[in-house]
Design a protein around this ligand. Structure first.
Ligand code: ADP
Length: 433
């Protein structure tokens, strides 16, 4: 059931990566050097009678069990139990790495979890009320069940803490920022950071010299300007509702619509915000689906609403990418990632066709050839390139965890091998997604 561990991985150990959402916990047992997964799974529909736990060990052996009313803690307990049964706990398990959505202005990099970190993450719960409490539930479950296991928090906001004030401040009353923390924080930082590093290695150039726009296009979508390796601007803001059109989220709207619609419909701010989060985006425009595959197929079949949804998505994305170049003053590469960015040649082609003035030109054959976990260039050769780079947030979390726990390890050196291994596994993810 356990895979053979290479020399350096044996030295650096295994990392249990946990991504706790409001009603689910995703987890993976990762070798940070090679990126190989020994196990992965999900506990979902937590807190309901239908709660279910699924664990897949590689190369084989699967476990599925019902956990009626199961909580985050119940899932973590079962996963740790499995690790103990397979002999990992107490031997090669280096630590647990947690995705934490909001680190406020305090966390600019990944940190070892202690009581002060737990308190700080809790103090940012008002900024991410669905996510931070769930992230903490995972951290506290591991702390209570295996108190000696080192834990590391890897923040979705940390990468964007390098943004300058002119990019992160909103033009609103000063007190909203100083007293209430109203500013652009940005999200998807783990993914933007991972694909920037990958892009640099693919281009064979130091990240510190590159000017990139990274477009993470999944169910949530955001784009980031990465200058010399750091985020200098991004489309998501105080919340992940800001910026690009997404599956069910509107992205940017005129904030005046809240009072306008409240007056016309009697809906309150909470109801309107919910509609902007769950009934908008591709779903709202197309009236059929939040899934780009369904929308793009219907558009190709002549469905006008689907065509409009696709057009708005692409227009807003292209406009945002061009706007982000202002913070870069030069573009070396545009990077596509996330389920849509990695798989939709149609979206990528439409975006590139609108950005020719930046020096981007689609290579149609290369573009059509990329999807399902493969990476590479999709533009014609030239000074400005477009790349597809599959993201792997779990791998970045595992590497940060190993590095924070033992600063002498350098789990990054196998970057390309890791990508190839993990990339082939992500093929399965997208096939089922
Ligand atoms: P999440 O943000 O939840 O991690 P993903 O990154 O998997 O989600 O992205 C989900 C999105 O990717 C959905 O809109 C889905 O339609 C889109 N997607 C997945 N495969 C394809 C494909 N072959 N063509 C177009 N879109 C795709």
């Amino acid at each position: 059931m356990t895979a053979a561990i290479s020399g350096r991985d044996a030295a650096s150990g295994l990392v249990l990566v946990l991504n706790s959402g409001s009603s689910s916990v995703k987890f993976a047992l990762v070798l940070p050097g090679s990126g190989e997964r020994l196990m992965e799974g999900i506990g979902e529909r937590l807190g309901t009678p239908e709660a279910l736990l699924r664990i897949q060990w590689f190369p084989a052996a699967a476990l599925e069990e019902r956990l009626p009313g199961g909580t985050h803690r119940a899932v973590v307990a079962r996963v740790l139990d499995q690790l103990a049964q397979t002999g990992h706990v107490g031997s090669d398990l280096l630590g647990a790495g947690h995705r934490v959505v909001h680190g406020g202005e305090r966390f600019t990099s990944s940190v070892r979890v202690d009581e002060a970190v737990i308190a700080a993450v809790r103090s940012f719960s008002h900024l991410a009320p669905l996510h931070n409490p769930a992230n903490l539930a995972g951290i506290e479950a591991v702390r209570d069940l295996l108190p000696d296991l080192p834990q590391v928090a890897v923040f979705d906001t940390a990468f964007h803490q390098t943004m300058p004030p002119h990019a992160f401040r909103y033009a609103v009353p000063e007190e909203w920022y100083t007293r209430h923390g109203v500013r652009r924080y940005g999200f998807h930082g783990i993914s933007h950071r991972f694909v920037s590093e990958q892009a640099a290695s693919m281009l064979g150039r130091p990240l510190g010299e590159l000017r990139l726009v990274t477009a993470h296009l999944g169910n949530g979508c955001s784009a980031t300007a990465v200058r010399d390796g750091v985020s200098v601007d991004t489309t998501m803001g105080l919340t992940p509702l800001d910026g690009l059109v997404m599956g069910t989220r509107s992205g940017d709207v005129d904030p005046g619509l809240l009072s306008y619609l409240a007056g016309r419909t009697g809906m309150n701010v909470g109801e309107l915000t919910r509609a902007l989060n769950v009934d908008s985006g591709l779903q709202g425009l197309s009236g059929m689906s939040n899934d780009m595959r369904t929308v793009a197929r219907a558009a190709a079949d002549g469905n006008e609403r689907a065509q409009l949804a696709l057009n708005v998505f692409v227009h807003r994305l292209s406009k945002a990418i061009a706007g982000l170049v202002v913070g870069l003053q030069r573009l070396d590469a545009l990077v596509f990632t996330g389920g849509i960015g990695e798989n939709s040649a149609v979206v990528r082609g439409l975006v590139l066709s609108r950005l020719g003035f930046l020096g981007l030109a689609e290579d149609p054959q290369a573009n059509a050839g990329h999807g399902r976990g493969t990476r590479g260039r999709i533009s014609l050769p030239g000074p400005v390139l477009a790349l597809v780079v599959p993201t792997d947030e779990e791998l970045l979390i595992a590497r940060d965890t190993a590095r924070v726990i033992d600063p002498d390890t350098d789990p990054d050196t196998d970057r390309d091998t890791a990508r190839d291994t993990a990339g082939s596994r992500r093929t399965t993810d997208h096939a089922k997604g």
